[in-house]
Design a protein around this ligand. Structure first.
Ligand code: ZN
Length: 527
């Protein structure tokens, strides 16, 4: 397929530093295999070109994990029934089983698995870390992956677990980085190569690791060793780890959240800038009679109905599934689990296209308190979200008090400093004022705060907000007032508010004259 954009390969090391001005608005250093089509918060729709498979994978993408020894669902079916464009299998398992190894070397992975799309291989870092010392070199493990026809290979990195002491995290990272540097020198042809980003639970180490990986000419960037965090429902720590990596990697790098396969957290991770996911969960959970949903996991035993619209759930009942022989029930549940997972990926893509990703994340955050922690952690990285958040989208929906911390609110506050303003301004939640004590009457809309009425129909100020405002929205609006007032020391301000509590008004500078519109209608307001 000659029309595909070229990706950097080992024989072509020099073309890395192209630049483009695209949807990101800024000039970004660019990874040639990855093109970003649209963004929303930190999330993006992209295209990952995989030259060895002669294909382009649309991201966010879910890579089902295939164990070459046991096909819960055949790889060909993953393509035809579920639309999987890429899958991932383990080169370590292949190299350690004589029959599969020979077959893979002779026929290549695509024939072995019966899959035409892109195939990523894991090196077995996890197994090596669990079961013993590495006896193969980085060259050998990459050459093996090349020889079996992998499209995206992985060097053997050190997946440092969470919460280890810093010395160990640093030492492990140094080893990983040495191996990435060796990986750059291996003749990998047109195979892409992963550059895992480690650093345990130290965001600054993750950032340094990301910066180092970005400086290599490797292609795809898995954030590694987050599985223990997800197993412990530490979605906030997971977000911090990803955010650290993203700070180092920049916005142009394709990022893989390695080992993340539960559809409940896809939207959250995409909003932090993850592009690839791999799911072993669909099969592992099915083996244990567990039924995945976007709001968490159910055990088949505790269910009375199947709420999902997938082909499995619309053609069988809980009783029928439970009565199936073990292997058939496992396959049926795995199919359901995959349907749910791929449906969530499609929903996320559509949300990014529509500028509604954060609203989807807010919905998912309501499914479990730890997901809410994850969302709150995400909002703490507002500067990162803002780098790629579009200036204009559909309508901003205020759907939870966390909405007050969305990047759009933050950006509006930053913008207040740049607005032209007359000498005397009435900022009001009420209607416009014809009182000639004021040169202008600006609208105040929680959570954004004040703005000239001419901007009322622009994004995000044409927002849908509940009539019954919460404290977070009022506090954000007060912050907006304070930002405006502090930036314009020459201007005199009056604030007409609808009964803001004392604690919220404390956020408004003392020099602003206050007028409670719910008790005092005599001043400054008319229809
Ligand atoms: Zn289903």
């Amino acid at each position: 397929m000659g029309s595909l954009p070229a990706c950097a390969t080992s024989s072509d090391r020099t073309r890395r530093n192209g630049t483009f001005t695209g949807v990101l608005g800024n000039t970004q250093s660019m990874r040639e295999c990855f093109e970003i089509r649209a963004t929303d918060a930190g999330g993006r729709l992209g295209e990952l070109t995989v030259p060895r498979a002669e294909t382009t994978v649309e991201t966010p993408a879910l890579l089902p994990v295939i164990n070459p020894h046991l096909d819960t669902i055949e790889p060909g079916t993953l393509e035809t029934e579920f639309g999987a464009e890429m899958l991932i299998t383990n080169a370590y398992i292949i190299s350690n089983s004589t029959d599969v190894r020979e077959q893979a070397l002779e026929e290549g992975l695509h024939d072995l698995l019966g899959f035409d799309g892109a195939i990523m291989t894991d090196s077995g870092s996890f197994q090596l870390a669990e079961y013993g010392d590495i006896t193969v070199t980085t060259e050998e493990i990459l050459e093996f992956q090349r020889d079996i026809g992998s499209d995206i290979a992985t060097p053997v990195d050190i997946p440092t677990p969470p919460d280890v002491d810093r010395e160990r995290a640093e030492a492990d990272l140094e080893t990983t980085q040495e191996r990435l540097e060796i990986a750059e020198t291996v003749d990998t042809g047109d195979m892409l190569v992963n550059a895992p980003v480690q650093g345990s639970t130290y965001p600054d180490l993750r950032e340094a690791a990301g910066r180092h990986a970005r400086g290599t000419d490797l292609d795809v960037f898995p954030v590694g060793a987050v599985v223990p965090l997800m197993n412990d429902y530490r979605y906030d720590d997971m977000i911090d780890a990803v955010a650290g990596a993203k700070r180092g990697l920049g916005t142009a790098a394709p990022v893989h959240l390695f080992g993340a396969g539960h559809p409940m957290m896809f939207a959250l991770a995409v909003a932090m800038g993850c592009d690839l996911f791999d799911s072993a969960a669909y099969a592992l959970y099915a083996r244990d009679d567990r039924y995945l949903t976007v709001r968490g996991t159910r055990h088949l035993e505790e269910m009375t109905t199947l709420p999902c619209p997938c082909p499995v759930c619309t053609t069988s009942t809980v009783e029928e599934l439970s009565a199936l022989p073990d292997d058939e029930r496992e396959t049926a549940l795995a199919r359901h689990n995959l349907h749910v997972s791929f449906a969530e990926i499609r929903r996320i893509k559509s949300a990014i296209r529509d500028g509604r990703l954060l609203e989807l994340v807010e919905q998912r955050a309501r499914s479990h308190p730890t997901m809410l922690d994850g969302y709150r952690a995400l909002l703490e990285h507002g500067d990162l979200l803002e780098r790629t958040d579009p200036i204009s989208k559909g309508t901003f929906f205020y759907t939870s008090h966390e909405s007050a911390r969305r990047p759009e609110v933050r950006r509006h506050h930053d913008r207040l400093a740049r607005l032209e303003i007359p000498d005397s301004v009435f900022l009001t939640e009420g209607n416009t004022s014809s009182d000639d004590r004021y040169d202008a009457s600006w609208r105040v809309l929680p959570p954004f705060g004040p703005f000239p009425r001419a901007l009322s129909r622009t994004y995000p100020l044409a927002a849908e907000v509940p009539r019954r405002q919460d404290r977070a929205a009022l506090e954000a609006a007060a912050t907006g007032v304070r930002r405006l007032v502090d930036e314009h020391p020459e201007t005199s301000f009056t604030l007409g508010h609808r009964g803001w509590p004392e604690g919220v008004l404390e956020g408004v500078p003392d020099r602003v004259r206050l007028l409670d519109l719910t008790t005092d209608l005599s001043d400054g307001e008319e229809e």
